[in-house]
Design a protein around this ligand. Structure first.
Ligand SMILES: [Zn+2]
Length: 199
């Protein structure tokens, strides 16, 4: 899991326009094509691709515009349960379609104690902006497998609920570690990425 230092900065005029959308229609508004919504979505996606270095925040598998795993704008506290934070930049990270998919995260309730201010909520999940994942989640390399382990109550919850110990996530981590270790040239790396995307 990645630690993220700062969320996307949103143009104040855009944020003001979004904050004026009534909370009870904010979730539905997410799919609309107004200029402010498009600007917000572009800002969080561009920022995420840059600071997450093209990886899913949860499982660290690569995501990309051309990849088999497309990058999803993932609401840490789901908009289905907490529509108030649909347009809160601190609530959005990029994740892969496996982690954010219907079977895993989609409407998982990640908040233990809700507060009026988003930053003051107590989360069940290891929060990429507020927590240091290394304190909550550890990795053990066993032969060629990278096994993930929860080191705290939050870490155990996150590994279990996001299924980070699944075969798919374990295989993706192993591939990334081998590629990182190989220190390939940009050209070879690009060839490997293209081959993987074609699978
Ligand atoms: Zn993922």
């Amino acid at each position: 899991m990645l630690k993220l230092s700062a969320c996307a900065s949103i143009d104040p005029a855009v944020q003001t326009a979004l904050d004026h959308i009534s909370v009870n229609v904010r979730k539905e508004a997410w799919g609309r094509q107004t200029n402010s919504i498009k600007a917000f979505k572009k800002a969080v996606k561009d920022h995420g691709m840059r600071i997450q270095r093209g990886k899913c925040v949860w499982c660290e598998a690569r995501v990309g515009h051309r990849g088999r795993r497309s990058a999803h704008r993932d609401h840490v506290a789901p908009k289905d349960i907490y529509p108030d934070w649909t347009f809160e930049a601190k609530n959005i990270i990029l994740s892969c379609e496996y982690c954010n998919g219907f079977q895993v995260k989609e409407a998982l309730d990640t908040i233990k104690v809700r507060a009026a201010d988003y930053s003051k909520c107590k989360f069940w999940i290891v929060h990429p902006y507020f927590d240091d994942p290394a304190k909550h989640i550890g990795f053990i390399i066993k032969k060629n497998r990278v096994v993930i382990k929860g080191l705290s109550q939050k870490g155990i919850w996150t590994v279990r609920e996001l299924r980070l110990q699944s075969a798919t996530a374990t295989a993706a981590r192993a591939i990334e570690i081998v590629i990182d270790r190989a220190k390939l040239s940009a050209q070879d790396l690009s060839l490997i990425r293209q081959a993987m995307e074609a699978l």
